[in-house]
Design a protein around this ligand. Structure first.
Ligand SMILES: Cc1cc2nc3c(=O)[nH]c(=O)nc-3n(C[C@H](O)[C@H](O)[C@H](O)COP(=O)(O)OP(=O)(O)OC[C@H]3O[C@@H](n4cnc5c(N)ncnc54)[C@H](O)[C@@H]3O)c2cc1C
Length: 529
């Protein structure tokens, strides 16, 4: 395969570019692909030695693991936004593998609840589990669709120029904001069965917040996203970058890894370039940051610019999302031999109270783990056996507070010391035990495991507190109008999950909004034509 990236350590950046994009995650790539297709010469600067942000994979000891893509919804349905966006920005289409009829399994003690593909199937299955709540289940699914529909204009508003937004912005946002209350608050209005609420909120780990804290806008977006099933990129999540990058490269763009931006250069409140870690400077008429709004507003700009544009006040209005740990497990036998399934497991305590469980755990990590998510990438990927015959991979994830690991921040990756390793080993064993409870045949099949912590996320993807999903998906977040592509600094734009929402869908949509904002035209028509 032709090389898609250059290394800033070895290669030189030459020539002039129309746009510099900081970060090669899906938000940056999508923005870059749109701009490239509109004739702009794009330079993407990625700090990590691997491109793709959370879509990258890592390999160790003959295994491969995805780090931030376990399943995606709606990619298979023609004319959905996600399907159309991927088709538009990919040079060659990505092959999506269907996870089958059941994409998520919610496990509360001995009770297992399957999330079935298709709204009708989902409702029917839920009604089997909760026959007395049939009306509430219908109402729930209807409300999800209605809420999600109302969000279209809410997000479109983010791409409007200030003057138009001033005139019509409130009207465009109003309907969606009626659902901007906590998920628990909204569901409690028509569901009295606490067990049902807990089961319907079982995917809360996909946006990182308990029902009592998350915005129902986020919940509806996420739930609707997967209701027609889960899909996995055949060949692993790195194919996402591999299929988008040529769109940029064929149009004279360049993507550099090992290229850490230290500062955005601003002259007369206008972004004109970037300064790298080695103090080299590169200039372009457009600077786009996909490295998160906190990095951009707090760390890439000088104190004078931050003060002049009141950026600190803006950032103080939002909170970072929680961190996570992920146990990457390698097994020395094939997926078939090990009888691994495609569906994700969500393993909860049996008290059906997510809010309390998370609170208890964050206050005391010795308490029961509130959610253990298990993904079986080697079972989902039809091309796995071609690449890794007689091997299998599993990811096991739970929430984690950066503060638990803060004392080791500043130490070097892989050299954080014995105490850190001991803590990780203890947690790894707890997570493995959760897996063995449900897949006992794996107990003596583990060949390798390695635990990432919020410090790992910080080290590799540069989220200051090892955030799992950028900003917290609270109602407060969706009230903030400043979370949009245009910044108070001329020619500086934001893209990525902080603009729309976390998730592959959110990052893709942010790319569309950012490119539309920059080019002052609605590019939505392009993706559907
Ligand atoms: C564990 C986990 C599981 C997930 N599972 C799913 C899933 O199954 N389905 C789903 O839809 N979503 C999932 N997500 C969410 C999804 O992966 C993200 O929301 C999305 O990929 C974010 O894209 P982004 O472009 O906004 O940011 P990122 O992917 O974080 O990209 C930002 C990039 O900026 C780079 N950068 C930072 N600072 C600098 C700098 N100074 N100079 C240059 N570059 C810099 C970073 O290295 C990074 O590459 C998951 C996330 C995690 C963490």
């Amino acid at each position: 395969m032709e090389k898609l990236t250059k290394s800033y350590k070895r290669d030189t950046i030459e020539g002039q570019f129309d746009a510099i994009i900081i970060g090669s995650g899906l938000g940056g790539l999508t923005t870059g692909a749109f701009l490239a297709k509109e004739g702009k010469k794009v330079l993407i600067l990625e700090r990590h030695y691997v491109a793709g942000g959370f879509t990258h994979v890592f390999k160790r000891r003959g295994y491969e693991w995805d780090v931030g893509v376990h399943y995606i919804g709606d990619v298979h349905r023609p004319k959905t936004m996600i399907n159309s966006l991927f088709n538009y920005i990919c040079d060659t289409p990505i092959e999506w593998a269907d996870m089958g009829e059941v994409y998520d399994k919610m496990i509360f003690g001995n009770e297992v609840y399957e999330y079935r593909k298709g709204a009708e199937n989902f409702k029917n299955k839920m009604k089997e589990y909760f026959p007395d709540d049939a009306d509430a289940i219908d109402k729930y699914v209807n409300l999800i669709f209605e809420t999600q529909k109302n969000q279209r204009t809410f997000f479109m508003e983010k791409a409007l120029p200030k003057s138009i937004s001033w005139a019509v912005g409130s009207a465009l946002r109003k309907k969606a904001l009626s659902a901007n209350r906590t998920t628990l608050e909204v569901l409690s209005e028509f569901i009295s069965n606490k067990k049902l609420i807990a089961v319907l909120c079982g995917q809360f780990g996909d946006y990182g917040l308990a029902p009592g804290q998350s915005s129902f806008m986020m919940h509806a977006m996420l739930f609707k996203h997967y209701i027609n099933g889960g899909f996995y990129p055949a060949g692993g999540s790195s194919v996402i970058f591999e299929n988008i990058a040529p769109t940029i490269l064929k149009r004279n763009g360049e993507i550099f890894t090992n290229a850490e931006v230290k500062e955005i250069i601003v002259k007369n409140n206008k972004a004109v370039g970037v300064k790298m870690l080695d103090d080299k400077e590169f200039f372009a008429p457009l600077i786009i940051s996909s490295a998160g709004i906190v990095n951009t507003y707090k760390h890439f700009l000088s104190p004078e610019i931050i003060q002049k544009n009141n950026l600190e006040q803006l950032i103080n209005k939002v909170t970072p999302s929680i961190g996570h740990v992920c146990l990457y497990v390698g097994l020395n036998a094939s997926t078939e031999e090990l009888k691994l399934q495609k569906a994700n497991y969500w393993i909860f305590p049996d008290n059906y109270d997510h809010d309390k469980n998370i609170d208890d755990y964050l206050n005391d990590p010795e308490k029961e783990i509130p959610v253990v998510y298990v993904s079986f990438p080697s079972a989902k990927d039809p091309k796995w056996n071609e690449r890794y015959p007689n091997k299998a991979a599993i990811d096991i994830i739970t929430l984690a507070d950066y503060n638990w690991y803060k004392k080791w921040d500043g130490t070097r990756w892989k050299k954080r010391g014995e105490e850190y390793e001991k803590e990780k080993e203890k947690l790894s064993q707890r997570l493995l035990e959760k897996l063995f409870q449900h897949e006992p045949q794996l107990r003596d099949k583990i060949d390798y495991y390695e635990l990432s912590t919020p410090l790992t996320t910080k080290h590799f993807v540069n989220y200051q507190f090892g955030e799992l999903y950028g900003l917290d998906n609270t109602p407060n977040r969706f009230n903030q109008k400043f979370l949009r592509p245009k910044t108070p600094i001329k020619n500086l734009y934001l893209t990525g999950q902080d603009v729309v929402s976390c998730g592959v869908g959110g990052a893709l949509a942010s790319g569309l909004l950012t490119a539309s904002t920059i080019l002052k035209k609605n590019l939505t028509n392009k993706i559907y034509s």
